[in-house]
Design a protein around this ligand. Structure first.
Ligand SMILES: Cc1ncc(COP(=O)(O)O)c(C=O)c1O
Length: 436
């Protein structure tokens, strides 16, 4: 049996079985990986309690939401529709926090109020949001969470840094005075302070944010009982990457929250809201090799797969790298980037592109949008090209109807080693059904 990598029980035969049963392209998720990641974050050291919220924007599939919620995680939603979607999956409002750039109006506003009355936590992210919710919060004695813009952040790329002055998430420290004056006038309490510095943050910066945020609470927020450090726990997708050490970060947070207690006599509960860390490495996008080309003697080998940017937009958006696996039509593992010895023997390298009419539709890009050929065992047309690390921000974040391609199915490899279809393939009728 040839497993694709060291952390999952998905083998190459399963890849071929999924491809044959459900067609390609298709996402395959490993339930065991999700459960293990949930356990890892839930067992992070903490001083006075820990709530872990799953940032559902990473992957909003109903079955995954239910699995993660069953494991004991609450939900971080970034739009009213995400709250509705989590609730449709059976998750109670009191287990959800809303952190959004939206300003709900009309029916949405009525819905928001109803949800808050039923327990939804509201994390105000702008002065306007605060001013608009003020009277309602006062009348109903609702405590609020406040997202603070700390002025420093970190992310895997500039576009994923949400804490520095190039991004506008949260209420900037320079506006905190206005927020506090308004809250005082209305008698509103900020019982939670939240900072999210970015996605795929440098663990060192994540650690520094613990100190920064505790200092912000000490200075400005006497009513805060919870500190949320946001998401952004770095996950290693490529074999050579090093992810965040959640145990170490938890130990540091515990130590600093205990020191805060010694200084202030205030016991703070801790919250975190990882998305990537929970689901990134549970996911595999299985495509089929449909063609091969070469761009002359000075050019490259190209492999054309039947899925690219419309199933994984992260390379074209961020220059992100994902591990590649080649599996033969009959289920033999030809190459895995986790098996360096096997790849080193090969003198074949290729750029892997999708079928979209877009020269950036490539899985082999660097962050300057340059095509970088990668070593592998040469596949035949009909073999399967599998992209690893595609559990987070792939299904939930792709331009899936570009070139009128259908949104692809999602299959779960369950803890009982069975395959379960958890989302069907979109039909052509569904693509056009709202057109008039
Ligand atoms: C407010 C907030 N929390 C959590 C997350 C999850 O980040 P990650 O998937 O990097 O853990 C994000 C992602 O952008 C976010 O904006």
């Amino acid at each position: 049996m040839s497993f694709l990598n060291h952390y999952s029980k998905i083998d190459s035969a399963t890849i071929a079985t999924v491809a044959k049963e459900y067609g390609t392209p298709v996402y395959l998720y490993d339930e065991n990986t999700i459960r293990e990641k949930c356990q890892m974050v839930l067992s992070m050291p903490n001083a006075f309690g820990l709530t872990v919220r799953y940032a559902m924007k990473a992957n909003s599939n109903r079955t995954l939401l239910q699995t993660i919620h069953q494991c004991g995680l609450c939900i971080d939603a970034s739009s009213l529709n995400e709250v509705r979607r989590a609730h449709l999956a059976g998750i109670p409002y009191q287990d959800i926090i809303l952190t959004t750039q939206e300003i709900p109006e009309n029916d949405d506003r009525i819905d928001l109020e109803q949800m808050i009355l039923q327990g939804l936590k509201y994390n105000v992210c702008s002065l306007r949001q605060l001013y608009l919710i003020g009277d309602f919060a006062k009348a109903n004695k609702i405590n609020l969470s406040i997202r603070v813009h700390p002025g420093v952040g970190s992310g895997e790329s500039a576009s994923r840094n949400t804490g520095d002055n190039y991004s506008c998430f949260g209420i900037h420290l320079s506006d905190i005075g206005q927020a506090l004056d308004f809250a005082k006038e209305k008698g509103i309490l900020f019982t939670q302070v939240h900072v999210h510095i970015g996605s795929g943050a440098d663990p060192l910066m994540w650690r520094q944010n613990i100190d920064l945020e505790l200092d912000i609470i000490d200075r400005y927020f006497p009513d805060a009982t919870t500190v949320s450090f946001g998401g952004g726990l770095k996950e290693a997708r490529m074999p050579y990457e090093i992810g965040a050490d959640v145990n170490e970060l938890g130990s540091y947070a515990k130590q600093q929250i205990e020191a805060f207690y010694q200084r202030t006599n205030r016991k703070l509960k801790m919250e975190i809201e990882p998305g990537t860390y929970i689901v990134a490495n549970c996911g595999y996008a299985i495509t089929k090799v449909i063609d091969k080309k070469r761009t002359g003697n000075d050019g490259f080998n190209f492999i054309i797969a039947n899925g690219g940017m419309e199933i994984n937009a992260r390379p074209i958006m961020y220059g992100s790298l994902h591990p590649f696996y080649m599996v033969s039509e009959h289920g033999k593992l030809l190459s895995s980037e986790f098996d360096i010895n096997n790849i080193a023997q090969s003198d074949y390298e290729a750029v892997i592109v999708g079928r979209c009419c877009e020269s950036g539709d490539s899985q082999s890009l660097d962050d300057n949008d340059t095509s970088i050929p990668r070593k592998m065992i040469e596949p035949n047309v009909g073999d399967y090209f599998v992209i690893g690390g595609t559990g987070a921000y792939c299904s939930s974040m792709t331009p899936f109807n570009y070139n009128s391609h259908a949104q692809i199915p999602e299959v779960l490899f369950t803890s009982e080693n069975t395959l379960q279809l958890i989302r069907k393939r979109q039909t052509l009728n569904q693509i056009v059904e709202n057109e008039i």
